[in-house]
Design a protein around this ligand. Structure first.
Ligand SMILES: [Zn+2]
Length: 245
């Protein structure tokens, strides 16, 4: 395309693909929230259905479900805290190293940045011009983006991530927990299975859309996984329940 043609379009994001600052990070959050909810649905459904297989006692079923919810939410939160903390530490260490290098050898760093742009296909002259302009504006951000793939203003917070996954797990877990507690004895299992199928279809569909893959398969896999988990725990509950009782 000739330069004059390009210039007839104003410079900016394509209207269908707005990529505002922090877009990727927000997408990661959404993905983590969907995964957390999915975990909450499957594990709690497995626990309460397993408990129903073992006993008809509503109180015992409720205690198992609530304990499972609390344990799962804390395990998710702790896991997320540790993993995001590790990522954050390594990102901050890399940024500190970059900052040191920019202070101690700014010329070598400019040459490095220009080299990275030249490697992307710009001529040496243009690469140096781009590198110089970006260095004048925000040298650290320029190096962080091209060298490290990090946005220095967008480092994830471990505490936020931990709360977000605890919360999403809890929301997911409340679905099977409430149907098993509130449903009548004759209907509660089927009510729970129905709600779990619908909820897993939704989380499967959303996570496929977030990953740009075909929603149909992801949805079917996700629902099948949940049904399998409930069937297995029901079987275990029934076997152990008759042995103990
Ligand atoms: Zn650098």
């Amino acid at each position: 395309m000739a330069v004059s043609e390009i210039q007839s379009v104003p410079i900016g994001p394509h209207p269908d693909e707005p990529h505002p600052r922090g877009f990727n990070n927000r997408l990661n959050w959404l993905r983590a929230a969907v995964l957390g909810a999915n975990d909450g649905i499957v594990s709690t459904a497995g626990i309460v259905i397993g408990a129903v297989g073992a006993t008809g006692d509503r109180n015992a079923i409720m205690i198992a479900g609530v304990a499972g919810l609390a344990a799962g939410a804390m395990s998710m939160g702790a896991g997320e805290y540790v993993s995001v903390s590790t990522q954050r530490d390594s990102e901050l260490a890399l940024l500190a190293k970059e900052r040191r290098e920019l202070r101690d050898e700014p010329e070598a760093e400019l040459a490095e940045l220009a080299g990275l742009y030249a490697a992307k296909g710009l001529s040496d002259e243009l690469a140096l011009e781009v590198a110089t302009a970006l260095t004048e504006q925000d040298a650290l951000a320029a190096h962080a983006e091209v060298e490290l793939g990090i946005d220095p203003d967008d480092i994830s917070s471990p505490v936020h991530a931990a709360w977000a996954s605890m919360l999403s797990f809890t929301i997911g877990a409340l679905l099977p927990l409430s149907t098993i507690i509130l449903g009548s004895e004759a209907l509660r299992v089927w009510l729970t299975v129905g709600v779990v199928v619908v909820a897993l279809a939704l989380t499967g569909w959303v996570s496929a859309r977030l990953g740009y893959s075909s929603p149909g398969r992801a949805l079917a896999r996700n629902v099948a996984g949940g049904l399998f988990a409930m069937a297995v725990t029901y079987g275990i509950g029934a076997a152990l329940g008759t042995q103990i009782g």
